[in-house]
Ligand binder design. Structure first.
Ligand code: UD1
Ligand code: CA
Length: 471
């Protein structure tokens, strides 16, 4: 085997803990950063780094954790149950027992460390293999090490053991070098070491970290220096917020480097599963959530919040638009202050403007809903103009009904369309009309009372009202 051919290895990810410090009913590993659960970040990284198998130990909130992992990774993850939370060592024991013929090197990771770079995993495995070490691990130095296990080194500077924060003596507590919690362990050694663990510690648990002392007794432990910014473990809501903002900042920088115009690195929020093409522009305080796609030449201006939205080439999304589960067609324009609700499909060069709301509606090429309208359950053809203050009355209190506007229809301002109703091609609906019946092709629909002008009436009325006011 050539010296640099990558070693075969499998990942064991621990995700059975409750996470009481989160003070949340949700299992800790399901808390999200950038739209992805903590545990899914870790699994994705292990798979990207080249894990042959990926075992995830679940327990607390098992059904929810399993649902998340199966929906995202399918058969690429193997789920293992830890029946009781008896510590990280016990969790690894469960994985080894369930894992059958796990061989080669096993990379053990915690499901609450979401920012680990995949290259660090590869380096740790490769370096441990090359050194022939039973155990390789990563260390990091912190100015505020509270909560982390501390690295205890011997006189020659070799890692000797890890002592948990709660079990530290006063001297050990002063150690600034901590255990971020990544271990690359030879499978046969791990099996033997786990069998020797005892729960003699402050928490009465089986500590995975105790295998380090066992390895050090047999030979040198390999250690790699890591950067704590990549290795933060999430134990409480503050840690979660710190990890989320680190990740947010990195994503913004990555996008800018790839050729996306980023107005403000400090306030761009893009979830992990969104795609933004080079040549798109993203304004300040833009949030792209879920699985958005933004194509080249599209411009999303300040303050927009888009969730699962596809923004096609050269579309303009003007400030403070909120949209979900929708498509904005090529060269279309939306906003300012528009609200696209799910299943809105805007055709090329169409427009939805100021304070308009849409839902479950297709808008054909070049059609416009420019001002203060509600358009729901609509099928709208091409070149349709919908005037200011138009309402699609789609709900009768029991059911939703559909409104169809065929190509070239013109709807005057302040119109109500009482669904189900169809306005045929080229028809015209006069301003202020309440449409209750279908309108034939090229017809005019008008429903309003005749206007009457009474000469001088206003002046007489005013005089009368003033007289009344005097004592
Ligand atoms: C652990 C390490 C500590 C290290 C820190 C890094 C141990 C004993 N301590 O402490 O040295 O500095 O991580 O972040 O390993 N889990 C299970 N089953 C259990 C207990 C925990 O699956 O019975 C899982 C949890 O879901 C979590 C991970 O293991 O994802 C770590 O558990 P946690 O309780 O957060 O350990 P720390 O106290 O942070
Ligand atoms: Ca932790």
């Amino acid at each position: 085997m050539p010296p640099h051919s990558p070693a075969t290895w499998s990942a064991i990810i621990l995700a059975a803990g409750e996470g009481t410090r989160m003070k949340s009913s949700r299992p800790k590993v399901l808390h999200e950063i950038a739209g992805r659960a903590l545990v899914s970040w870790v699994v994705q990284t292990a798979l990207d780094a080249g894990a042959a198998r990926c075992l995830v130990v679940v327990g607390h909130g098992r059904d929810d954790v399993e649902r998340e992992l199966v929906s995202r990774f399918g058969e690429r993850v193997e789920l293992v149950l830890q029946p009781e939370r008896r510590g990280t060592g016990d969790a690894v024991r469960c994985a080894i027992e369930a894992g059958g013929s796990l061989e080669g090197r096993l990379l053990v990771l915690y499901g609450d460390c979401p920012l680990i770079p995949r290259q660090l995993l590869r380096d740790l495995v490769d370096r441990s293999e090359q050194a022939g070490a039973d155990l390789g691990l990563v260390t990091a130095t912190l100015t505020e090490p509270s909560g982390y296990g501390r690295m205890v080194r011997n006189g020659e500077g070799h890692v000797q053991r890890i002592v948990e924060h709660r079990d530290c003596s006063a001297d050990e507590r002063a150690i600034l070098e901590v255990n971020p919690g990544l271990y690359a362990v030879r499978a046969d050694f791990l099996r033997a070491a786990i069998a020797q663990l005892t729960p003699v510690n402050a928490q009465g648990q089986l500590y995975l970290t105790d295998i380090v002392e066992l390895a050090a007794k047999r030979g040198e432990v390999l250690d790699l220096e890591g950067d704590m910014a990549d290795l933060t473990g999430v134990n409480d809501q503050r840690d979660l917020a710190v990890a989320a903002s680190t990740r947010r900042r990195r994503m913004a920088e990555e996008l800018a480097r790839s050729g996306v115009g980023v107005a403000d690195l400090a306030t761009l929020y893009v979830d992990a599963d969104c795609k933004v093409e080079p040549g798109a522009m993203l304004g300040a305080n833009v949030h792209l959530r879920g699985q958005c796609v933004v194509r080249a030449g599209a411009h999303i201006d300040v303050g927009c919040v888009l969730t699962n939205v596809v923004v096609e080439k050269d579309a303009m999304v003007l400030p403070y638009t909120v949209a979900a589960d929708s498509t904005i067609g090529e060269g279309a324009q939306v906003g300012p202050f528009s609200h696209l609700r799910p299943q809105t499909e805007l055709g090329p060069r169409s427009k939805v403007g100021n304070f308009s709301e849409t839902k479950k509606t297709t808008l054909g090429a070049g059609s416009k809903v420019n001002h203060l309208s509600y358009v729901g359950d609509g099928i709208i053809g091409e070149g349709v103009n919908i005037g200011a203050g138009t309402i699609f009355c789609n709900y009768d209190g029991e059911q939703k009904h559909r409104t169809v506007l065929e190509d070239g229809v013109f709807i005057g301002s302040n119109t109500q369309l009482i669904a189900p109703v169809t306005i045929k091609k080229g028809a015209y609906v006069a301003s202020g009309t309440t449409v209750t019946r279908d309108v034939p092709e090229d017809a005019l629909a008008i429903s309003r009372s005749k206007q009457e002008n009474k000469d001088g009436y206003a002046a007489r009325l005013r005089a009368r009202l003033r007289r009344k006011k005097k004592p």
